[in-house]
Design a protein around this ligand. Structure first.
Ligand code: NI
Length: 167
């Protein structure tokens, strides 16, 4: 954590009371901690709104594996975007449904494009992109991090987990 700086905030009484109720219910130890989270959330969302900013995310897909050609299409698309994909975990939910969780990073626009294309495949019943980013880390540090060997995304499409429901 960097050096802390204190600042004063003026706010309407009702707004502050509502804020205090919510952060108490969520278990925040202080207004400062809650405010820091809100600021980081704003910075992450801001980064997702700008096309070429580096982001991280997971795409969760629920589909019926009996749907014709669906698994071929999923695999083809993941190969097309292999530079974004860190891992892909497949879970067999019941006799027909599967969940696939794809962990991705890269420019916001391309990550969103991949999520949209996976979502649009016929037979995908539900899809959700959960996005985050190291938006509060200065760009030069973030670049150093991307030189780090375990963050490069080139590991490709390995299905590294197969989980079967209990009998
Ligand atoms: Ni399956």
């Amino acid at each position: 954590m960097g050096e802390l700086e204190r600042f004063g905030v003026s706010m309407e009484y009702d707004l502050l009371a509502a804020f205090d109720r919510v952060i108490k219910a969520k278990g925040y130890p202080s207004r400062s901690e809650a405010l820091r989270d809100l600021v980081r959330d704003l910075l992450v969302r801001e980064r997702w709104e700008h096309g070429n900013q580096p982001v991280v995310g997971s795409i969760t897909l629920v589909y019926d594996h009996h749907a014709r050609m669906l698994e071929d299409r999923l695999t083809d698309l993941q190969h097309q975007y292999a530079d974004l994909i860190h891992s892909s975990t497949h879970v067999h939910l019941d006799e027909s449904h599967c969940v696939e969780v794809v962990v991705v990073s890269g420019p916001a626009e391309r990550v969103r494009e991949l999520a949209n294309r996976l979502t649009a495949i016929k037979g995908v019943k539900h899809a959700q992109l959960a996005g985050t980013a190291l938006a509060w880390v200065p760009e030069e540090n973030a670049n150093e991090r991307s030189g780090h060997t375990h963050g490069t995304g080139a590991q490709g499409h390995t299905r590294d987990t197969e989980v079967y429901p209990p009998p």
